[in-house]
Design a protein around this ligand. Sequence first.
Ligand code: BYC
Length: 334
Amino acid sequence: MYAQMVKTDADRVRSLDEMSAHERAFQERVDRGEKIEPKEWMPEAYRKTLIRQIGQHAHSEIVGQLPEGNWITRAPTLERKAILLAKVQDEAGHGLYLYCAAETLGVSRDELLALLHSGKMKYSSIFNYPTLNWADIGAVGWLVDGAAIMNQVQLQKTSYGPYSRAMIRICKEESFHQRQGYDIMMKMAAGSPEQKRMAQDALNRFWYPSLMMFGPSDADSVHSAQSMAWKIKINTNDELRQKFVDQTVPQAKYLGLTIPDENLKWNEEKGGYDFSEPDWDEFFEVINGNGPCNKERLGARVKAWEDGRWFRDGLNAHAEKAAARRAAAKIAAE
Ligand code: BYC
């Protein structure tokens, strides 16, 4: 169904017959699985949808540094500190690839950051929850990076070339991130009773927020139908959430931890687990700016931007002087 349809200005998805010649040719390229590249013609709504999603994705990477960065100075060993430092640094790199991918669509990084700082653009809901102790760093790697990979693996096949290529590299790094988190959880779960209790508590607090990372249920997902028609998204929010649960339950069992869901049950017929939905009211509160850490996270990003102003100004002044010198040298040589 999706492959036959493209969005109108309204919420409806149009059939091929209703499209202009340009739109139809574009849709047919997408349907054939061709990648769309930056300089090629694309519908304005496709471009805007990508800027929204890639921009939010980039913001998630850099805001996502904050809850983990908070624990670098308190990592329990030098080895754990070095690993966490590398991971948090990777997230900055992911943000960079993604901002670059968004820039190919004609938006500047400064514009995207201004939208983040003014609260007009979102970032992943998960980073509005606090990391209270070391076990949370394990849970973030295991569950948050685990959920992120589940989503990003399919995004490697997304129709926009620069986004797809950024995802291929990011997925490789994310799998290291997930393993480092699981490794922390293994250590904690096999440690003292107090360490195991901390691991269980971290799982209890991060389980439902991790399920929310996949977005609202399909019935409430505003963008899915159009984004799937354009192959920006390959799977629905609910499909990915189900895959994540099916993958994670055996991992929790291996750790000897209990997923905090009384309704969790293997369903032979569907070949997957039945599970409880997260609290969607809480999700909408969080994405509308009212989660436990929204103000703190945004405040930290705005402060970093302000604190870095002198450095950006210095770089710009240097670039301007260098350009003026090059121009003067060119005139002198003529
Ligand atoms: N959080 O129509 P829907 C990481 C919004 S970071 C906040 O289903 P869509 C990591 C959605 O934007 C990885 N907002 O939307 C980093 C829309 O609002 P707007 C982050 C959410 O776009 C550091 C509205 O709800 N991954 O791995 O079709 C350390 C309706 O939703 C969320 C990505 O960003 C949410 N969870 O589907 C550790 C992946 N969910 O824009 C780890 C890329 C929904 O109309 N993004 N909303 O105001 C996507 O795949 C899709 O955008 C989503 C949502 C599946 C998230």
